[in-house]
Design a binder for this molecule. Structure first.
Ligand SMILES: Cc1cc2nc3c(=O)[nH]c(=O)nc-3n(C[C@H](O)[C@H](O)[C@H](O)COP(=O)(O)OP(=O)(O)OC[C@H]3O[C@@H](n4cnc5c(N)ncnc54)[C@H](O)[C@@H]3O)c2cc1C
Length: 424
């Protein structure tokens, strides 16, 4: 009996898998998606705090890390943020822009997920959920030389091509449990070590318990050997250390350094609106005019009150002592602490809390169509490849661009039916 062979089997029904499936089906491919979770695109529902920041109009090399950006750029250009907006509008997701960041106008990530799934089903993509792929390999096949095989507990599925779109290791609760790496390795690919990215940082210091929950605008600068990585925005203190968007943006550098036993420190500017001299003058002025108040009272309204308290203590100053007992010298010391608050980073939170991960299959092992340079017909998309973006819609843009690149190539090479109408 002749075995059923799909034009392509997509392993992993997340962001990049859905796009790859849609683009290949539009060209007439018979497509099967195998997804281990109970529904497709589970992670998309959680993105952007439930609002899904699905792309960004400002894109530069520095927003993408990992493999040499020159290898990612043609992929991103071939399906740019403009193409992304047009595609999502076409499938029903009307975009809304906020400072260059794009969300669905509905402000519901579910709109992105549901419209993707609807479009895939409209095109006749066969979607199997609750089916984990355990093993992938190639076997000889009568008509086409070899076929790709995906082994699952529910059966064996074959494709003339295969897309590995299993995601990385970040947020395994949404399905990306790292199972794609051994699949890529089994086809001979290298896997660059994988660490959490866009993640909170753990730091040394008893005072973090007191500061937990404090939010303040400021700048974080990571010092790693001679390198520095800096971001500005809202910093958030937690009992374990540091969080907030700027911290998450630089976290991947800490992850990689700590894994290589390189010490990491974070220097925080907790009052970036004033220059050092201005802040010293402001503190000294407060000590002068509120000399009968406590030092803590004199600082009230400058930084968050918990920060004022901890900073005074760390400078060896008694918060309850009269402000008048302090002067210019202490104002300089306090300024130094507030503007250059330095802590030792001991670790990052784990993959469970991470929004992305570093590492994966290096881009120099893939073509601009995300096809393996080692195995013709094998495609690797999304986070499984060694590229990670900063917060701001860049990781999803990579998922869309890499998925579209693979889908178009598969559509142009393996389609056994005629092109499917894209307009609704
Ligand atoms: C909480 C959170 C918020 C985020 N917010 C944003 C945001 O606002 N903007 C942004 O740009 N990025 C955001 N990201 C990152 C973004 O979601 C990912 O980079 C993107 O989803 C990666 O796409 P992917 O296709 O590579 O993998 P995923 O979307 O992770 O999909 C992989 C799929 O493969 C399936 N799978 C894995 N192994 C198997 C197997 N063996 N068998 C069958 N199925 C398998 C998984 O179940 C999963 O459904 C966020 C991430 C998280 C965790």
């Amino acid at each position: 009996m002749k075995k059923q062979v799909f034009d392509t089997v997509v392993v992993g029904g997340g962001a990049s898998g859905l796009i790859a499936a849609i683009f290949s089906a539009r060209k007439g491919c018979r497509v099967l998606i195998l997804e281990q979770k109970d529904k497709l695109c589970k992670k998309i529902y959680a993105t952007g705090n439930g609002k899904c920041n699905f792309t960004n109009k400002d894109w530069q090399a520095s927003y993408f890390r990992g493999s040499d950006f020159s290898l990612a750029e043609p992929v991103l250009r071939s399906f740019s943020f403009v193409d992304t907006l047009a595609f999502f509008k076409e499938i029903g997701v009307y975009p809304k822009e906020r400072n260059g960041y794009y969300y669905p106008a509905s402000e519901q990530a579910s709109s992105v997920a549901e419209n993707l799934v609807r479009e895939a089903k409209r095109l006749g993509v066969e979607c199997m959920t609750g089916v984990k792929v355990n093993r992938v390999y190639r076997e000889p096949y009568i008509d086409s030389g070899t076929v790709f095989v995906a082994e699952t507990d529910a059966g064996i599925y074959r494709g003339r091509s295969m897309v590995l779109s299993t995601g990385g290791k970040a947020s395994p609760a949404h399905g990306s449990d790292g199972s794609g790496y051994p699949f890529a390795k089994s086809f001979g690919h290298t896997v660059i070590p994988v660490f959490p990215a866009i993640v909170q940082l753990k730091a040394d210091g008893k005072f973090f318990k007191t500061l937990a929950g404090v939010r303040t605008d400021g700048r974080v600068t990571l010092h790693i050997g001679k390198e520095t990585y800096s971001e500005e925005g809202e910093l958030l203190f937690a009992a374990y250390g540091l969080s907030g968007i700027p911290v998450m943006q630089v976290s991947r550098f800490a992850s990689v350094a700590l894994a290589n036993k390189i010490p990491v420190t974070a220097e925080l500017d907790l009052f970036s609106v004033l220059k050092e001299r201005e802040l010293t003058e402001e503190i000294a002025r407060r000590f002068r005019i509120m000399k009968e108040n406590t030092a803590e009272e004199a600082l009230a309204g400058l930084c968050n009150h918990k920060l004022n308290y901890v900073m005074l203590q760390l400078c060896g100053m008694e918060p309850t002592k009269k402000a008048g007992s302090y002067g210019q010298k202490e104002a300089v010391t306090l300024t130094e602490k507030i503007k250059h608050f330095t802590v030792k980073i001991t670790d990052t939170n784990g993959f469970e809390q991470a929004q992305a991960c570093t590492g994966g299959v290096p881009l120099n092992e893939l073509t601009e169509s995300m096809e393996s340079r080692l195995v013709t017909g094998l495609f690797i998309t999304g986070e499984l490849a060694d590229i990670d973006g900063t917060c701001g819609g860049y990781n999803l843009q990579w998922a869309w661009s890499s998925g579209a690149a693979a889908g178009k190539k598969i559509g142009g090479t393996y389609a056994s039916h005629s092109t499917v109408e894209t307009k609704h």
